[in-house]
Design a protein around this ligand. Structure first.
Ligand code: ATP
Length: 505
């Protein structure tokens, strides 16, 4: 655990030092759970967006894009259920004055019980050696069985209390489990209350009748309310999808763990409209497609895990998360949800507009069913940083930090570096920069020793460094250094665009 927390701390520090992510409003001591993306962060973020957009919109003849406004008519959020039900149960500790999500306190407790089970397994594996059968142990050891039963019982109590909004039962559960505040160590809790996660503001000047509106807590509703517009103007035939990337806002009770849980974040969502009855087939299809997308970044499959929801939202008939092995452990990165016809039907009722599809093959009209894929851009960014961050000991005893960012996502593709600041080398290097910049994000630097400049490029994940030296003037060749292997080779300037392009494929 300590090591993993350490890794997160290192990533946060590195992200700041090298211009990936800054705390928002840092000069005023920061604003909690809001972050700014710096000069390299914005490049990486744009590259991830682009990868998602291309794989969704460009690669599917039946998916189109959308960019809806963040402000939406307030009835949208009544129809979607967010005004009434987008709540988290919160509880305060009277001694520390800290606020917690009541369900998260219980879930953290469950993690501790799970850790106990894991400890038993590790101990037994040591004791029994090669003859150890984990499966059998898990199914027969009395202590493990007791802990498993305890977990099941707690989950049942928590989820049914959450489902029926029995807040006093959630508090009773916290008391029965003797959960203490991690800060004060006391059990002096307030009652559990509901806390709506939507930010609200007012639209219109004071002289007009001011209307309360919300900052959207998800991008999906912008897609639903435009379903008819897009379907009609795009002459879309079911099955088809609408994809959108944009900001979402949630007043998270506990916002921590860097860009994993923010109050302002970005989502990449796609709603796929299908015939009723065919949604589970498409649900399976999108589960597979989305995992492929993640693996397409070159991150190994062992870093991902599927998690089937124990508790389905009232509108869903299947839901599934793709979890990533973040420094804090496996946590949700993307959700794939079969949302039935809940949203379109509800908008139809609230707006009085007929939101239906006439299916020429079936010769009937229906409200389409929806399969949604919803991924957090910032969490994907953190996943890439987590995977890429590498501390290496080199043969000569020195150390380097290298960001092994998949080359096609790297903020800078090539750095052009004149060996010295004289003898016409800077001019020659600038000439190469001017050629390459038309196709690739490049970087030019002449200050400091070449070794230091290489290290800085390693730290931001630049796949190639191109060094211009005295020989360049004679034969138009440069030294090309590759980030991961640190191998250097002499290549023709004319070949550079092709070599770099190949690396980014
Ligand atoms: P969680 O359980 O972690 O709060 P969620 O189930 O509420 O997440 P969804 O509503 O399914 O999340 O949102 C889809 C995706 O948006 C998530 O998989 C996640 O990647 C991202 N996301 C949600 N909330 C946040 C947040 N506060 N900060 C950053 N990303 C978020």
């Amino acid at each position: 655990m300590a090591n993993n927390e350490d890794k997160l701390k290192k990533i946060v520090a590195h992200a700041k030092e090298y211009g990936f992510v800054f705390q928002s409003s840092e000069i005023y001591d920061g604003l909690a759970a809001a972050y700014d993306y710096g000069q390299y962060g914005v490049e990486l973020k744009n590259n991830i967006k682009n990868y998602w957009w291309r794989s969704m919109v460009q690669f599917h003849e039946n998916i189109v894009g959308l960019d809806a406004a963040i402000f939406m008519h307030p009835t949208t959020w009544k129809a979607s259920g967010h005004v009434d039900a987008f709540n988290d149960p919160m509880i305060d500790n009277k001694d520390s004055k800290k606020r917690y999500r009541a369900d998260v306190l219980v879930e953290d407790y469950l993690l501790k019980v799970e850790a106990k089970i894991k400890k038993e397994v590790t101990k037994a594996a040591k004791r029994f050696g090669d003859s150890f059968d984990e499966e059998q142990f898990l199914n027969t050891n009395p202590r493990v069985l007791a802990n498993k039963a305890k977990m099941e019982d707690i989950k049942k109590r928590l989820y049914s209390a959450m489902e029926d909004e029995r807040l006093s039962d959630i508090k009773a559960l916290i008391e029965d489990l003797a959960i203490v505040c991690p800060v004060s160590g006391s059990r002096n809790w307030t009652d559990v209350g509901q806390f709506n996660l939507m930010f609200s503001t007012e639209m219109g000047s004071l002289s007009e009748s001011a209307g309360k509106i919300y900052l959207r807590p998800e991008t999906a509703q912008g897609i639903f309310v435009n379903y008819l517009n897009v379907q009609k103007t795009g002459r879309m035939k079911i099955p088809f999808g609408i994809a959108q990337i944009g900001k979402a806002f949630r007043n998270e009770i506990v916002a921590r763990q860097f860009i994993f849980r923010m109050r302002e974040f970005e989502q990449m969502e796609m709603q796929f409209f299908v015939r009723p009855g065919e949604e589970l087939k498409w649900f399976e299809y999108w589960k597979e497609q989305r995992l492929k997308w993640h693996l397409g970044m070159g991150i190994p499959e062992s870093e991902y895990r599927f998690h089937e929801h124990d508790k389905l939202a009232h509108y869903a008939n299947a839901a599934f998360d793709i979890e990533f092995n973040f420094p804090m452990g496996f946590k949700e990165l993307e959700g794939i949800h079969s949302r039935t016809d809940f949203d379109l039907k509800s908008h139809m009722e609230h707006s009085g507009k007929k939101i239906m599809y006439f299916d020429p093959e079936l010769n009937e009209s229906y409200v389409p069913y929806v399969v949604e894929t919803s991924i957090g851009l910032d969490r994907t960014f953190l996943a890439v940083l987590t995977y890429a961050f590498t501390e290496e000991k080199l043969e000569d005893g020195s150390e380097r930090v290298v960001m092994k960012i998949p080359p096609f996502l790297a903020p800078v593709k090539a750095a052009v570096l004149p060996l010295v600041k004289k003898d016409g080398l800077p001019e020659k290097a600038m000439g190469i920069f001017d050629i390459l910049k038309k196709d690739f994000m490049c970087f030019y630097e002449e200050k400091d020793s070449i070794g230091k400049r290489y290290r800085r490029q390693d730290a931001i994940g630049t796949p190639y460094c191109i060094t211009v030296d005295h020989q360049t003037a004679e034969d138009n060749t440069v030294t090309l250094r590759e980030r991961d292997s640190m191998k250097q080779e002499r290549v023709d300037i004319a070949k550079l665009p092709e070599i770099i392009a190949k690396k980014l494929k």
